[in-house]
Write a protein that binds this ligand. Sequence first.
Ligand SMILES: Cc1cc2nc3c(=O)[nH]c(=O)nc-3n(C[C@H](O)[C@H](O)[C@H](O)COP(=O)(O)OP(=O)(O)OC[C@H]3O[C@@H](n4cnc5c(N)ncnc54)[C@H](O)[C@@H]3O)c2cc1C
Length: 323
Amino acid sequence: MMDILVVLENKSGSIHRMSLEAISGAQQIGEECGLSVGILALGENASALAADASQYSVEEVLYLENENLNSYTADGYSAAVAQVISAENPHYVFFGHTYQIRDYVPRISAKLKRPFLNDVVSYTVDGGKPTFYKQSFNSKLVSELQTSGDGPVLVSFQSAAYSSENIQNGSASTRSVNVDLDASVIKTTPEEPFQKEAGGVDLSKADLIVSIGRGIGKEENIPLVQELAKVIGAELASSRPVVDSGWLPSHHQVGSSGQTVAPKLYLALGISGAIQHVVGMKGSKNIVVINKDPDAPLFEIADYGVVGDILEIIPKLTEALNG
Ligand SMILES: Cc1cc2nc3c(=O)[nH]c(=O)nc-3n(C[C@H](O)[C@H](O)[C@H](O)COP(=O)(O)OP(=O)(O)OC[C@H]3O[C@@H](n4cnc5c(N)ncnc54)[C@H](O)[C@@H]3O)c2cc1C
């Protein structure tokens, strides 16, 4: 029996990055609160995923294979995970806050009539019990979340709330679990999984990134920043509005629905600092922000900040660095 159960997302046969972050968070919280940690892998080849996960320092890794779970459906996954939770009865069930988790975990919450604390960014411990925190109202407020009763309590962690680099390795046993899942429970027909755009840039490996936001103004200004990126040998990245406007292809997007990056230098030009962008770049070693608004939230995590107009600064910077 484990106190915290981390449910993995199966990403084409490997463990989703945000599930690894959830394991890391579970290990930290478990250590501070004296709670044991277990893991659940489900879906096609869950046993292989469980074998991968058994290298981490946790009590036990469960795996659930069932032909009705080979393709993801919210109906199947919510029914199956709810049954495992009822059988194992952990205090907490942790997830990474992925799109899949947002899709099916609210159904588990409704089925089991237990709270779902979603998009959590941090915690504190008082008397061996964690209090969770999440950002609200476009990051202007931080909510403090506590629950009463024994649990189970469902908790999902925002991208990069914990680092997978801090996972402690160990050697866990694995155990097969079963559920009663009739095909008639599944009312939806899954389509082919979404494929990443071909030819995309892997920004996660870039050392230098020049990233632009809506402050670039219009598509015609993109060559200005492409020139700057070329001069310093950097990859070009962007916030979501730049992609939504069709000024750059989607593989340039950094953030919760884009790529997560950790370059030596992240030069952010005309980006305000919304949380969905910040989660994708806050691990950068040096963050340089240029924005005409001195109150832009991104300045709060900047190592260096310049208040000014990027349309004036970019050409001068390119010229200076080229010289
Ligand atoms: C579910 C969901 C997922 C999302 N995923 C992502 C994601 O993955 N990545 C992402 O980036 N966003 C994402 N977003 C959108 C996010 O909430 C913000 O809307 C977005 O990050 C804002 O982009 P921005 O900073 O470029 O634009 P804005 O917030 O409009 O900021 C533009 C900034 O440019 C500055 N500026 C304007 N002109 C100039 C100038 N000439 N010189 C200097 N500064 C100037 C302004 O002062 C302002 O600070 C997501 C939103 C949701 C709801």
